[in-house]
Design a protein around this ligand. Structure first.
Ligand SMILES: O=c1[nH]c(=O)c2ncn([C@@H]3O[C@H](COP(=O)(O)OP(=O)(O)OP(=O)(O)O)[C@@H](O)[C@H]3O)c2[nH]1
Ligand SMILES: [Mg+2]
Length: 197
């Protein structure tokens, strides 16, 4: 089976990648498999800068092709917060505290003003090629309480009107069919055969 390395330590993200790449015949490896000691400080101020930083750091270390994902939630009524700080909004990778903070900051905001979107920037870096990036987005509405137990991050409060479900009420495959990550991967997919032999 072909292997693809995702420069992530987020197990929820890894599951999202597996739901999309496994049906295409790829085994998904993460930093836990290939470089568990690596901690990359995300010093960029945009999703793109952080995705490139993560992909190039790991590609330089391993001398092979690597994909990195930098992503986050932007809430319109909060002027784009939490944005690049999504993982560390209230506590470092504390999904429950992060959701509580978003809900608190949106208290009293009516449904029609609770619009938000997820963005996913993917960077693919390799030893002898310029790094490429692609972006995918997904539009939704922030609920007032959690619904569903799938996914990760803000999925239980991110409602997708077309599906009448939160992302946490979808299977991994259904989330992948419309998510910011799925949309970014589909843009990248046409390049994959030449990048990853
Ligand atoms: O509900 C969600 N559904 C998603 O599909 C999703 N995608 C991103 N996010 C949020 O944005 C942060 C990314 O930050 P991030 O790109 O730095 O990743 P991370 O730090 O979690 O892992 P790594 O890949 O850097 O190792 C994550 O932690 C989450 O809070 C999501 N929340
Ligand atoms: Mg991170």
């Amino acid at each position: 089976m072909k292997q693809i390395i995702i420069a992530t330590k987020n197990k929820g993200k890894a599951k999202d990648f597996e739901a999309i790449f496994e049906p295409l015949g790829f085994e998904v490896l993460t930093l836990f498999d290939v470089a568990p000691d690596m901690e990359i400080e995300e010093t960029g101020s945009t999703f793109e800068e952080n995705a490139v930083l993560k992909a190039e750091t790991v590609a330089n270390r391993l001398h092979t092709y690597v994909i990195a994902d930098d992503s986050g939630l932007e809430i319109d009524a909060l002027h784009g917060e939490p944005g690049v700080y999504s993982a560390r909004y209230a506590g470092d990778h504390d999904d429950e505290a992060n959701m509580d903070k978003a809900l608190r900051n949106l208290e009293g905001v009516p449904t029609e003003d609770r619009t938000a979107h997820f963005t996913c920037c993917l960077a693919i870096a390799g030893p002898d090629v310029p790094t490429e990036t692609v972006k995918g987005t997904c539009e939704g509405v922030i609920l007032t309480e959690r619904r569903g137990d799938q996914g990760f991050g803000y999925d239980p409060i991110f409602y997708v009107p077309e599906k009448e479900k939160t992302m946490a009420e979808m299977t991994p495959a259904e989330k992948g069919s419309l998510s910011h990550r799925g949309n970014a991967i589909r843009k990248l997919a046409s390049d994959l055969p030449t990048w990853l032999q």
